[in-house]
Design a protein. Structure first.
Length: 445
């Protein structure tokens, strides 16, 4: 395999225009053509004003909590008191809550929900919560479940399921959970305020105890996954001028059914984090966004962690984006990475060389290291090749330009994918927790 950096032609790069990327949905390898142009929505593109169906505000709004407004919208829709889209205006302020926007089908038609901040800037209207993968279900119920009896059944069901967990999973540890087809959000911030609040035996804390805490109750070292926004099996989701803030796993998009393609589009958004902070296995397009790597608490960061199915035409695409950093000492060292593959529910690459003697796996529905040295692997994991393209973007000096797949100029088009030999066989490398994305293909934009 050549070490030379291959390049896309201009014609090949044109295949990653947002319209063809967002054209397909459905089962991987058997997608249907379903053209979607998010720029055709006049409100989201700033060419029209919305008339609010519900208003949330700390003073003067019909609701003082976003989740209550969403719940009422769902109840009203179920009663037939709505059109095809519901607009919820959110006045400036900090809303300390988690928000679930469920899938909404009424009379066989999908009813979409739009949340939008009415302030001058996204920072004026903020949804903020401290929730992480280390939180117990009981703590979740105490922090966020006080009003669950008043929520619409579709929303209450998810809150109760979380409360019943011994410990939240990554997808449960989110501030904003979107299951609503056609969902939109505009001019607001979604922040997961977790930093190092809980320590356990898996945390990188002193003796697993965490050591001293700061005034915010956070440990100096150690972290869990803490999602700002989760797009969960929702198709045609559009975020415009939205700020996503966390550290690990900031923005997560997935399909409920393995190997199903759903689409989300991010225009003029800001996403910050440190570990795999943009990740998932669906199609996501970032247009004119800022992607900021934070080096304040880690020695190394990864921007993207795609888990795209090999049969899905497109994974994560960045167009005309700025990859920036926080000016921290670790960022200025220039060793951060753009990305690595993610094999969902698996902590190691299935394509590496095992460091466990006589290790064997068999194909199964789930991936488990259940009877060492034997285990199982799912087809979904084996087909997760991870696809990412970066087009006509500016990549800061915090990214290691000499790493495999990361060489070349900072503007143009780059495709990152698995490393295969010309024969089609996998170029096996050392066993690693996750196989780094290794092939880079560029073209001038």
């Amino acid at each position: 395999m050549s070490d030379a950096r291959p390049e896309l032609s201009v014609a090949e790069a044109a295949k990653y225009h947002y319209l063809p990327v967002l054209k397909y949905s459905g089962r991987a390898g058997a997608e249907t053509v379903d053209p979607w142009d998010p720029k055709a929505d006049a409100f989201m593109c700033g060419n029209a004003k919305a008339r609010a169906d519900y208003t949330v505000g700390k003073s003067g709004g019909a609701f003082n909590a976003i989740q209550m407004a969403v719940s009422q919208a769902v109840l009203d829709a179920a009663a037939g008191n709505t059109g095809n889209r519901i607009y919820i205006a959110i006045q400036p302020g900090v809303y300390g809550e988690t928000v679930i926007v469920p899938r909404l089908i009424v009379g066989g038609r999908s009813v979409s929900i739009t949340l939008y901040g009415t302030g001058q800037a996204p920072q004026d209207t903020e949804i903020r919560a401290n929730i992480d993968q280390g939180m117990t279900g009981a703590d979740f119920a105490t922090a966020f479940g006080a009003a669950v009896e008043h929520y619409a059944p579709e929303i209450a069901e998810i809150y109760r399921a979380n409360a019943a967990l011994q410990r939240l999973s990554t997808e449960n540890a989110c501030v904003l959970r979107v299951e609503n087809d056609g969902f939109q959000a505009k001019n607001l911030t979604v922040q997961n305020a977790y930093n190092c609040d809980r320590a356990d035996q898996n945390s990188k804390c002193e003796d697993g105890k965490g050591g001293p805490k700061n005034a915010a109750g956070q440990f100096a070292k150690g972290w869990h996954q803490a999602v700002a926004a989760l797009v969960h099996n929702a198709d045609r989701v559009h975020f415009d001028h939205v700020r996503f803030s966390s550290f690990q796993d900031t923005l997560y998009f997935k399909g409920r059914v393995p190997s199903t393609t759903v689409r989300s589009y991010y225009s003029h958004c800001y996403v910050e984090g440190d570990i795999d902070f943009i990740f998932g296995r669906s199609t996501a397009y970032f247009d004119g966004c800022e992607i900021r790597s934070l080096g304040s608490r880690v020695d190394h960061t990864y921007v993207v962690a795609p888990s795209t199915n090999m049969h899905t035409p497109y994974g994560i695409v960045f167009n005309d984006c700025d990859f920036t950093h926080d000016g921290s000492e670790t960022a200025l060292a220039g060793t951060f990475s753009l990305g690595r593959q993610w094999f969902q529910t698996v902590r190691a690459s299935p394509y590496g060389i095992p460091n466990i003697e006589a290790y064997r796996t068999r194909l199964a529905e789930t991936s488990e290291f259940d009877h060492p040295p034997e285990g199982t692997i799912s087809l979904d994991v084996l087909e997760a090749v991870g696809k990412c393209v970066i087009l006509s973007s500016r990549i800061g000096a915090h990214i290691n330009a000499s790493a495999p797949g990361m060489t070349g100029a900072a503007a143009g088009a780059m495709r990152m994918e698995n490393s295969f030999r010309e024969s089609g066989t996998r170029a096996i490398g050392p066993y690693n927790t996750r196989q780094p994305i290794s092939s880079a293909i560029w073209a001038t934009g």
